[in-house]
Design a protein around this ligand. Structure first.
Ligand code: NAD
Length: 315
């Protein structure tokens, strides 16, 4: 029997790749409701979906920032049944907080965090009744460990993680699964938008040291980090596909093993000083060490790609 999958934010990136991956499942195990805020942006998805459109994939409107839109979309599904919810819609924000307005910050929280809350409020009660369902949330490694100049974005992902940790215990009582997917950098529209917005920031509201840190250090390494460590949307779709098709899916899944040491530092030291000091010295004291690390990571990345494709082949 086919599972109904509802995915948000499918006009680009991870959402688009995942919708297509699931719709093209050889065993036709999924009926994908690929949703997006603005249906006029459906062309890339329509093209990628190909012959699955109207068969195992349907496109629907859903704005995660609008309760009525979420309800209308769920109401339009057969029996309102969502077997797998994939909360993917999200946005980034970088820069010194002195240069960001509260309205900008609220939009990030509203999309990344309350977007999930709206979906859950609409879908969880039915899942509980059926005692069946899987909620998959595209979080980030920044849901575990904050990174310089990503203050509000990391806060929005931390919010998701705290929310889901609380719900997971309840979910277990109803035999429901919750999984947080935690990618590192992924090369999508997200990266381009965040970078371009970063270049446009009016840094006059920040002091010289902060402005310099952001412009001459953070923005300069931003591109390099994505180019060196970045995964593709298809990589993340593949990881998510695996989690969805598992009998006992884990609560957390990091897609990029290169980031595991970073998050491990956090658990290794309850005072929290270890990751902060490590980041500080990486960024400010050892530019050379930083560059060497990047090169080492490039090598490890190549190796982990190889082992991931081997794992896939074995399955
Ligand atoms: P993306 O920009 O290509 O995709 C995000 C999608 O969300 C877009 O299609 C956008 O239109 C949609 N969206 C934004 N606001 C919406 C709203 N109110 N209602 C419905 N849709 C809305 O970027 P992506 O990388 O594919 O991002 C997908 C998810 O992955 C996000 O939650 C993001 O935080 C997360 N993520 C991305 C990265 C990365 O480096 N790209 C890393 C970790 C996690």
């Amino acid at each position: 029997d086919q599972k109904n999958v509802l995915i948000t934010g499918c006009s680009s990136g991870i959402g688009l790749a995942l919708a297509v991956r699931l719709a093209k499942d050889e065993k036709k195990r999924f009926m994908v409701y690929a949703t997006m805020r603005n249906l006029s942006k459906a062309e890339p998805l329509i093209e990628a979906a190909g012959r699955t459109l109207g068969r195992t994939l349907e496109i629907k409107q859903l704005d995660v920032c609008c309760e009525e839109s979420v309800k209308a979309c769920v109401d339009s599904l057969p029996e309102r049944r969502v077997d797998i919810l994939i909360s993917n819609a999200g946005m980034g924000l970088i820069g010194p907080i002195e240069c960001q307005s509260l309205d900008e910050m609220k939009t990030v929280m509203d999309t990344n965090f309350f977007g999930l809350v709206r979906l859950i409020k609409e879908i969880l009660p039915d899942m509980k009744k059926r005692k069946k369902g899987h909620i998959v949330v595209i979080s980030s490694v920044m849901g575990i460990q904050g990174i310089l100049f990503n203050d509000i974005y990391a806060a929005s992902k931390f919010a998701l993680e705290g929310f889901c940790e609380c719900l997971a215990v309840q979910a277990l009582r109803f035999k429901l699964n919750i999984s947080l997917i935690e990618p590192g950098p992924v090369i999508t529209e997200f990266e381009r938008k965040v970078y371009e917005d970063g270049l446009k920031i009016d840094l006059s509201k920040a002091d010289k040291v902060t402005a310099d840190m952001f412009k001459n250090m953070y923005l300069k390494t931003f591109k390099e980090i994505f180019e060196t460590l970045g995964q593709s949307a298809e990589d993340i779709a593949e990881h998510t596909f695996k989690i969805i098709t598992m009998d006992n899916p884990p609560f957390r899944h990091q897609t990029n093993t290169l980031y595991t040491p970073m998050t491990t530092l956090k658990y290794a030291d309850p005072t929290g000083d270890l990751p902060i000091e490590t980041f500080y010295s990486m960024v400010f004291q050892h530019e050379k060490v930083f560059n060497i690390s990047l090169n080492l990571l490039k090598l490890l990345r190549w190796r982990s790609r190889k082992s991931f494709s081997l794992e896939k082949d074995n399955n």
